[in-house]
Design a protein around this ligand. Sequence first.
Ligand SMILES: [Fe+2]
Ligand SMILES: [Fe+2]
Length: 470
Amino acid sequence: MSSINYAEKIPNNVNLQNDRTLQRALEHWQPHFLQWWREMGPTDFESADVYLRTAISVDAQGWAHYGTLKMPDYRWGIFLADAAPERKIGFGDQMGQPVWQQVPGEYRSTLRRLIVTQGDTEPASVEQQRMLGHSCPSMYDLRNLFQINVEEGRHLWAMVYLLHAYFGRDGREEAEELLARHSGDTNKPRILTTFNEPMTDWLSLFCFTYFTDRDGKYQLKSFAESAFDPLSRTCRFMLTEEAHHMFVGETGISRVVKRTLEVMKELGTDDPARIRAAGAIDLPTLQKYLNYWCSSSLDLFGSEISSNSAASFASGMKGRPDEQTYQDHVLREASMAIETPQGAETVPMLNALNEVMRESYLKDCEIGVKRWNRMIERAGHALRLTLPSSRFRRQIGPWAGQPVDTQGKLIAREEYERRLEEWIPSERDRAFVHSLMQRVIEPGKMAAWIAPPERGINNLPVDYEYVRLQ
Ligand SMILES: [Fe+2]
Ligand SMILES: [Fe+2]
């Protein structure tokens, strides 16, 4: 196990002290990061004492330390999972050869673009969520939001480390740009559309952490397979933290469903208007939020047919999540049928890998939906939540801009436009959800639209004072 030296300015397990040039470059970037955090991180909570976990090692038995601190004092560090001895490339045309400890010249610009695109999402999500602290449904939830925010900050550090350590001056320039683009900025937006969507309510946060952080999980899993070993090791450790972000999403939506079912029982009705009047979120509205965030996140996998995905895989830069579970790791002979609006098209498997990833992602998304539906079924209701078709509301790929319903059926454009409000949140739906976003900060108390969690953080009670506001 690599140990981490906390006496240093930048906690790390990459022997930074032995590379003075790199250390100086990162120490130069650090104040820029902190300035970004103050300007673009959670607003008005700089002086709050927050019960947070901090990564202190990459040991599976105890990698985190829990304690109370102010967020600007969080110890953002650089941690790589331990090197696997004699690791070999596990897929693509160079399968079986030793993994790369440096970036091969011919892949330099592609790898840099992949790392920058991943890195860009990390601070983007912090920016998207920066106002949410003001409308938290409980102190427990407020703490979870801040935990996610500081860890996304650390994920930015993880990518910036790779840029500084392996990409020279270009990498240092990209690291500065990662702090210069901002979510939703008209002149300098974040790279991917989903990370420019405004997020002003907690139902969106729970959907985002369920769907969009899960896209993050799949991207990290595919990079964990990479032949570029430092990228693989960095992403393997990031996945450890990522699990909590998806936990917040899945349990957050579960608690919304639980509370709505309680209200339905109390009132003896499933009439959305009466459920709303009682201050809870009716299930059809929840379904619209699921449709919105799921379809938005599906675009993050890229086009169904992609020569970039083929090149990234064949070269060894980016594998499939859980590559070892597949039989064929080279894919020069395989093909896949892709449905397009013009009919089925058979394409080389290498060009269909975005779709392969999207399909396994959707299977993972189904797990929570099944859990929520079991709750609804047990409560005796016929409604079932579903995921939209992967053709619905797409902006990338052959289905981009096509008038398709949530089942994936092509319909007349006029009908699509008329019915879109049935499928994704309308202005009125959003206004209603916003009206529920009243801050609750008394320890252990919950807003009326959400049930309490089953347990607190790190074995502490639910009513623990997770955030002490100053
Ligand atoms: Fe992240
Ligand atoms: Fe995340």
